[in-house]
Every structure is written in C-alpha cells, then in structure tokens.
Design a protein around this ligand. Sequence first.
Ligand SMILES: Cc1cc2nc3c(=O)[nH]c(=O)nc-3n(C[C@H](O)[C@H](O)[C@H](O)COP(=O)(O)OP(=O)(O)OC[C@H]3O[C@@H](n4cnc5c(N)ncnc54)[C@H](O)[C@@H]3O)c2cc1C
Ligand code: SF4
Length: 325
Amino acid sequence: MKTPPFKFHRPKSIEEAVSIASELKNNGDSFDWISGGTDLLPNYKWHINAKKNVISLANIEVMKTHESYHIGAMVSLHELEHGPTHPLIRKAAGTIASTLIRRSGTVGGNLCLDTRCFWYNQTEDWRRSIDWCHKCDCDTEADCRVIPNQNTLCVATYQGDLAPCMMVLGAKIHLAGPEGQRSMKLDEFYALDGMKRNVLEVGEFVTHITLPIESDQLEGDYQKLRLRESWDFPEAGVAASWKRNDSGIEQLYVATTACESIPRLHMEETSVALNEWNGKESAKKLAENIRKTVKPVNNTYFPPAYRRKMLRVLTKRALSGSWSD
Ligand SMILES: Cc1cc2nc3c(=O)[nH]c(=O)nc-3n(C[C@H](O)[C@H](O)[C@H](O)COP(=O)(O)OP(=O)(O)OC[C@H]3O[C@@H](n4cnc5c(N)ncnc54)[C@H](O)[C@@H]3O)c2cc1C
Ligand code: SF4
C-alpha cells in the first residue's frame, strides 16, 4: 500500500520543533513526531491514523547526546547497545527487533511506541473487512474487538523493551512542548489507555532520559518472550534490578512489559518480597505474585494464559543473578 501524502517538517532545534508544533496546533492541523520511523511509517503505509503533517526530530543535535546518565531521545538503539550506559539497558537494546531496525530505531521512538493489537496492526482492507475497531474507527464509532461494548477504552498492548529496564534503574523522562519543559519518573509517564498511551500533550515530545548516579550500584537483568528471536516484538518482558549488601540485597525492583497497555513497575510486590527476602524461595513467590497482578488480554500472538505463565518464568530468570546457591 502507498503511504498517504504528508507535509514533512525538519526543525534543527528543540525551540524550532516546539514552534512548528504550536503553529500546527493553533491552526487545528494534525501531526505526528517521527524519529527513526520504524514504527510510525509501517502504520502510515497501512493507513493507520496517518496525519497530514509529520515533524522529524532527526536533525536536532542536542537530542543525540549520549552519556552514561544522559540518553538523548534521538540516540539509536544500535548506539545504545554499544554505548556507555548501564549494562541492563545495553542488553535490552541489543534484543530489540533486528540489526537493521536498531540502526534507525531510537530511544524516544521506543519509549513512545504505539500500542499494538492484532485487530489494529493490519492493512486498511483487512480492517475494513471487520468494520474497523475503536482505535482507528474511520468515523464509524466502531467498537473495541477485544473487549466489546465499551467504547471508551482501548486495551492495545505496549510492546517496547527499553521502558521496563529504565524503570527499574530509576530513570527520569524529560519533555518539551508549547507550555515549556517538564520531567517525571518514567513510571509516571505512561497512561492506561492504548489510544492516549502516555501523558504527552499535543505538541509535547521526549527530549532525553536521565539515570540517577546511584543506578551504577544496581545489578540487573532483562528477560523476554517472543515468537522468533531474530526480530519479533516481545510477547512478555521482565526487567529486574537489585542492590547487594553483606547479608543479601537491600533494594529490589521489577517491571513488566508487553502484557498490558503500559509497562509497569511493581513496587508493592517487590517491597513485600524485600521484607522477607531469602533468595530463591522469595524470588519464586514474587514471580507468582507478578503473574497474578499482570493481566494480558487476547490481542497479540501468544494467548494471554501462556503469557502470564511465562511472566512467572521470566521473573525467576531475571532474578536468578540476585542470590548465590
Ligand atoms: C519487525 C519489527 C520488529 C520490532 N521489534 C521490536 C522489539 O523487539 N522490541 C521493541 O521494543 N520494539 C520493536 N519494534 C518497534 C520499533 O522498531 C522500535 O521500538 C523503535 O525503537 C521505534 O523507534 P523509532 O525511532 O523508529 O520510532 P518512530 O517510528 O519514529 O516513532 C514511534 C512512535 O513514537 C513517537 N515518537 C517518536 N519519537 C518521539 C519523541 N522523541 N517524543 C515523542 N514521541 C515520539 C512517534 O510519533 C510514533 O508514534 C519492532 C519494529 C518492527 C518493524
Ligand atoms: S484493543 Fe480494541 S480498540 Fe484497541 S486496537 Fe485492539 S480492537 Fe482496537
């Protein structure tokens, strides 16, 4: 299918990008941000919610800054994999998609990835044949195909790999937009709706991520389930980090992805586990609690029951470096 025509804007600074976005917003014109385009352009080719304007962030040099604790949104996944940042993030970056996609795909695009659903990531003809769905309804007021009779919420799945790894390291996300700049903990960035996806307001975009210096003291691991190891999106993913002390561990974080509309940091479950931590047995209990808490729906390749079971397995695997037998 042909990509629908759009006007392409190429700002060279954050200020210019904000000014273009403000002007389009004030004129009532629709637009999307584009970074590497590995997610946006396939959607456009399938005529999924394509906009008349696309603003590229690719020429904004300051967004390519890449240091241990400061990762620009325009840093590519390939650069991230081989760069100076935390080993947990480097490992996750190296598992995303394929070598080719990692050369173009960026950190910002990965964190703002559109949510996915097998009723939605299809060609226009395919979607027309099922009379559309709520997320791209072509003005038909079509219902959600996964959970029908509730036209207010989309439960499409967030299938990005970086977010859970950055969450367990205490990352902050930094945004710029017409109302100025703001920052928040990464786990506060996501919104539990497959259409809204995150807290970004119209005209706002991600400029960079920062990690606290103390993240150096955290060890961690990331485990994911996917159909083909060569390039598929995660069907479930678990990131874990911990800080050791003489008697075991004193900090513990677990985050999941690819099972809900948002990646999720599990503070409640991990603080209970930490209080009574005794290594392998506690990890098993925590893994079971994570399985119970996360509720995938039937909209990706593997069935939800299998993905939930695998969350337990992945959590145990991700934590296996936190004790010595
Ligand atoms: C075959 C295939 C396999 C894949 N496998 C994986 C995988 O295993 N794991 C995984 O995580 N991803 C996977 N992806 C998805 C994607 O390639 C990556 O997530 C990539 O990092 C997206 O980055 P991008 O720069 O190309 O995003 P883009 O396509 O440019 O943008 C993605 C979305 O984010 C928005 N956006 C981009 N940058 C910003 C910004 N700075 N601020 C605000 N909004 C922004 C865009 O408007 C768009 O909605 C796969 C994609 C394909 C095609
Ligand atoms: S979850 Fe429902 S509304 Fe969202 S993309 Fe899937 S079918 Fe459409």
